[in-house]
Design a protein around this ligand. Structure first.
Ligand code: CA
Length: 224
């Protein structure tokens, strides 16, 4: 399992890194929210251990931004002892679990084991439609042998369409599943991103996969 620690208390972060590395986890450390976003979206972390009290962008904002950007790994939040509001806000902003400081290292290990069980349960294998394959855990999309590079938003859009393969999805249904609550524009943004996506997954000569259902919405399916 690959873990990103986001903690500005360097001594604590280093202690965690040492302990987790001994337990055979792959560990990176960042000390602020901006770096956390950059790292988390560049590498496939299974778990992010995220402190709430950070300089600049706080952990709650980082958590929300990560989910908005399509981060699908687990987020374990570190909160101050007894701060119920932080825990509630943490879970509301997309965290999977929390640990109150100070904590025993063996409790952290137990939480990570629990999360890794959930990771395995989620791994039902890559999504497939025809020769198009989306591997969520590796954050990778391929069509046949061709690797397709997608932006985080395009990735989430494709994942949504693939999870509902062979079903027609309305623009509003897509909008509510792919865009964040903060998004205030109209549903024509869906058409724009469908165009981007179609351009990437259907190169000239490849069978059509992304179909427009006139007056209704979109459908991802093999051509019959
Ligand atoms: Ca801190």
């Amino acid at each position: 399992m690959r873990i990103l620690i986001v903690e500005d208390e360097v001594a604590l972060a280093e202690t965690l890194r040492r302990g987790l590395t001994e337990e055979h986890y792959v560990v990176d450390i960042v000390t602020n929210g901006r770096d956390a976003l950059d790292y988390a979206l560049a590498a496939p972390y299974d778990v992010i251990i995220l402190d709430i009290m950070l300089p600049g962008m706080d952990g709650l904002t980082v958590c929300r931004r990560l989910r908005e950007a399509g981060f699908t790994g687990h987020i374990l939040m570190l909160t101050a002892l007894g701060d119920v509001d932080d825990r509630v806000h943490g879970l509301d902003s997309g965290a999977d679990d929390y640990l109150t400081k100070p904590f025993a290292f063996k409790e952290l290990l137990a939480r990570l084991r629990a999360l890794s069980r959930r990771v395995r349960e989620m791994q039902v294998g890559p999504l497939r439609v025809g020769d198009l394959v989306l591997d969520e855990t590796r954050h990778e999309v391929r069509r046949g042998n061709r690797v397709i590079e997608l932006s985080p938003l395009e990735f989430r859009l494709l994942r949504c369409l693939m999870r509902h393969a062979r079903q027609v999805l309305s623009r509003d249904a897509i909008l509510s599943q792919v865009w964040s609550f903060d998004y205030a524009g109209g549903s024509n943004v869906v058409d724009v991103y469908i165009r981007y996506l179609r351009h990437k997954i259907e190169t000239p000569g490849e069978p059509k996969l992304l179909h427009t259902v006139r007056g209704v919405g979109y459908k991802l399916a093999e051509t019959e």
